[in-house]
Design a protein around this ligand. Sequence first.
Ligand code: C6P
Length: 407
Amino acid sequence: MSVLKNNPYRKDFPVADQVIGGKRLAYLDSGATTLKPLIVIDEMDKYYRQETANVHRGLYWLSENATNKFEETRDKIAGLINSPDRKQVIFTKGTTESVNIVAQCYARNFLNKGDVILLSQMEHHSNIVPWQLVAEDKGITIKVIPINAQGELLLDEYKKLLTPEVKLVSVTYVSNALGTINPIKEMAAMAHAVGAKIFVDAAQAIAHKKVDVQDLDVDFLAFSGHKMFGPTGVGVLYGKEDLLNMMPPYQGGGDMIDVVTFEKTTYNTLPHKFEAGTPAIAAVIGLGKAVDYINQIGLDKIQEAEEELLKYATEKLKSIPGLKVFGEAREKASVISFGLEGLHPHDIATLIDKEGVAIRTGHHCAQPLMKFLCVPATCRASLSIYNNQEDIDQLYNALVKIKKFFE
Ligand code: C6P
């Protein structure tokens, strides 16, 4: 079934079908956050209207119900990523917090002066700065895997960089600014061959392709609920059990303890060791419904739909004279970064907003990548299953209109 002509998923997303400022909305910023389907919204509404209670604490029905639903999400996530065990799924605030946990609890404790962390040229700031915070303190060196003009990682260069000093590789699965899909399975095998661990930022991958932590054989993996049709404020850190067990807790507080005395405190087992304090209960429960939603459709169908949208959008945009697409990797997700000759990306976004088109412009939290591309910013249209031909045509028509205006 074509999502371009008769999109069967669109009706599930109330935000998608709106008129804003007198214009039909074309939401093309799913890389920033996806829209939420009704089943997620309704479940969270139910928690707040009828089922509010804290988790892991009360012996009354409401609390047990909330705990069950909260923990069911852990099972659903474990299933989605094929985690060997549910306890390896840790709820965090999002990808950013997940990276910080591994940087502070793993890298700070188990990496030493002279060790190397490998990142790539296309990383989001969330997968750069947390490592820098530790590297500066500990005398760890950060090295960068370069990319080619199409926006693909140079695997030969990666191989050369993989010396015995490399203790950790941290790379994105899918670039938020280029759409490039990196060969994670191959990269993990290469990292392991020199004894390095691999952390994967799956923020832009999780809602778009099958992510199987056992097949990929990654040591850590992170993603955010809000980029996979779920709510904001919740994300996941997956880790191999031995590594998570080695790591000290990230924060102290309720739920993460075993026995507390003023003399010495012992800690809870996984996953609770890393989940101090009252969690984002409604968000976690909503995330469970987002996983149900993804499973109902199937990731293969989602990928198929997004490929159709990407193909149509790329051909359409490239037909505009003076439009340059940044990032044309052979393996690419439904993200199109572009510039329009003679126009600043911020002006483009502001002007097409008047036509109802929502895209993101800026450095996309990837300043080192912008430096490589020799641009201060790009425009980015990112597509998801609820988009259709009209959305893409609306972007195309808006761009043609402003181009004419400035000619
Ligand atoms: N990218 C974008 O518009 P948080 O903010 O923790 O949910 O996710 C951070 C993050 C980490 N890695 C990648 C690859 C990402 O794309 C993001 C978030 C958004 O591209 C907001 S900057």
